[in-house]
Design a protein around this ligand. Sequence first.
Ligand code: CP
Ligand code: NVA
Length: 302
Amino acid sequence: MRPRHLRTLLDLSKTEFLQIIEKAQYLKKHPRQSVLNGDVLAMIFEKSSTRTRVSFEAGMAQLGGSTIFLSPTDTQLGRGEPIQDSARVISSMVDIVMIRTFKQADIELFAEYSAVPVINGLSDDFHPCQLLADIQTFVEHRGSIETKTVAWVGDGNNMCQSWLNASMLLDFNLHIACPKNFDPDPELLEMAGPRVTLFRDPKQAVADAHLVATDVYASMGQEAEENLRLQEFANFQVNHDLMRRASKGALFMHCLPAHRGEEVSEQLLEDDSISVVWDEAENRLHAQKALMLFLLGKMQDN
Ligand code: CP
Ligand code: NVA
């Protein structure tokens, strides 16, 4: 039987997604469960990370498994060994693999040749693990996200595209405000259909939103564009003024790391009555533990 993967959120059905969130909430209350009995997670990081690395490592330890950290600088991955070969070798020795890399196609190729589940820990195009944590966070604060309105303000990047996937899976409305030339993939927009609306003005996008989310102007790998992007995104900061235009009780999310004073004001980020960014970060741990149990077929084992 082929293993299940999380290459994008669309690898899950709506029911499966909601089961994972429910399990995550259970694991948040019961963090130590020795159900993995020595299972090993290999983590391949071609980009930096704090949250993803710590949450997967801590999560595996709490579940009775362990992790191996692999970076291109000290493995053959960085010296050009083909992904097909690396996938067959690594997956013959471990039980599950997480990859953070640039090209989404590299994750898909690895998964094609892997004998064990592969998790996308962020690519240039998608960040599905973050969405599991974000939806868990919304559910904990406000209940079901179905039929609600989420506003994405900023770059049409990997986070925005993951929100697009989530809107298709979970049936909520998504308002996206991006500067011209920074839109998400038009094919994804088309796939999402009428539940997604594109705006140029953040003020219009956040009207009636129950949640406003943003991310850095320049993602990892786009460092050379930082100055250009600072100019292009000048009117896209999420702050209290913008949040006042959203629905009463609207939440603010950011996957972190944040650049205070750029995409989000310091005051909003630190305003615990609106900003749930620390819950989002913590929920990475719980959501990914549930995800790993799901992919390993061990959701019912405790
Ligand atoms: N949000 C997120 O993925 O953070 P890290 O880059 O620190 O893993
Ligand atoms: N869009 C950001 C997310 C970081 C978690 C990046 O790709 O750098």
